[in-house]
Design a protein around this ligand. Sequence first.
Ligand code: UN1
Length: 542
Amino acid sequence: MVHVLETGLEFIARENPNGKPSVRGYNIINGQLTSSSDEVTFESKNPALLEDCLGEFPLSTREDVHSALAAARAAFTGWAATPAPTRGQIIGNMGRLLMEYKDDLVALETREIGKTLKESGGEIQEAIDTCLFFQSEGRRLYGQTVNSELPDKELFTYRRPLGVCGIINACNFPSAVPFWKMIPAIMCGNTCVWKSPQDAPLLSFALARIMHQAGLPNGVINLVHGKGSGAGQYLVDAVDEGLVNKISFTGSTEVGKMIGEVCGRNLVSCSLELGGKNPLVVMPSADLDNAVAGAYWGAFGTAGQRCTSLGNLIVHEGIYEEFMEKFMAKVKSTRIGDSSVHKDVLYGPMLSEKYAKDFMIGLDMAKSSGATQLWGRGEITTDNQPENFMGNAGDGVFMWPHVFADVTEDMKCFHEEIFGPAVTIVKAKDFDHALHLANASPYGLSSAIYTNDRLEAYRYKTGIKAGMTGINNSTTGAEAHLPFGGVKGSGNGTRESGIWVIEAYSYWHAVNDELSGKLQLAQMDVDEIEAVEAEVDWAQLA
Ligand code: UN1
């Protein structure tokens, strides 16, 4: 970790229990490391070892956010005029530097948000893949030549950048998701103000420094740290002040709706990637062991803290007993702990104390919904720990895996996302009922079905309302070149990743070039077409 940040790094004198350093982090505005205008800071803590403070970061003020916006505005003209292949080249450099620093970044991500090392590795790799994909998109930022209906006239289309983009992401995917947003944004010629997630400021700081080290000009990406109702809110408020041309947000549906309203009243484009209550259906023809593995990973991988995590597990009544026996055996054997110390754990701590607190509220909601709690006893403590918990429970914020059965459509826990290791299980009478249940929540992000009946798979794929569907696969697992996003309460229909995201960060500019030297009017001066039509004997053709 220190390797990545070595230049200009200041350490805070502090006894850290794991011997790792605590640093002073900064905002990066116009390439300069800056503190908050009122010098107030907040801490980032390792959720697996709360005494381990990673550093102190500026609690940005409205003034700081406005300085970042001004820097992004000033950099915009020059960056937009930089040839797209050159922008792509800098993005490629970022990918190569990330490869060089991968091990440090993986360790840092695990220390800051508690993901297992393997998952942090997969996520940094996704940021690398995103850079490599968009490096060559910089050579492919195509427009079109279009035929005119008038003679001696040419028509063209160009992709143009939107301007200053406000980027707000959650801390559960603190490297892949901001790269999903900012890499296509800057490839298209936009500049950004990036509000880092409050629980992953050090990783964000490291990533932003690497971006600059790769040759990114000052002011193209400006980083501000802070907490949700502070810096993030100031950035959204700036839409009303006319200072922002695009907001891209990943987070809760509630906050997403608020951002959508602000952007809507200002006619500013926004990309919203929000919550999910992702269904996974298991049908009798499925390979049950495979289905158990997919459901188990979907529900409890990443401690259930993905927006694509499994919400409602919908099991056909004909195989319910057999499936549940296998599923529960796996749940009971779950290895939990700090993966930087203990190998082969399925999941680590909650992302932070705040996520732990919110998860406990979700558990209470599931209990009061009337569901049967088959497994799970809340927070893991020294005298309340599952058999395969590794380490000292009091060190961090760890949760039991939770299983709620006998869930029905009329219960609150059927409809509401519980962000953490908890799954709600619903019994289905037949395929139609299963599909109905899969569509019955207010969300539509990811979905899955386990079946070996091809017609069922087809009917699920065509009948489900969701942005993503896995067939004989879990609900998670995005790839850098496939569109990612949801429908219904999961988003506003915009997509991230692959070529599709380019639509979200550019607008189409139609240009016509009149070469005839006279005023020809589209739709009106179409004598030539009328003349041709007059010569055709339509009756004969029929
Ligand atoms: C998110 O959880 O905010 O494929 C998005 C997946 C992840 C999703 C990231 N890459 O499940």
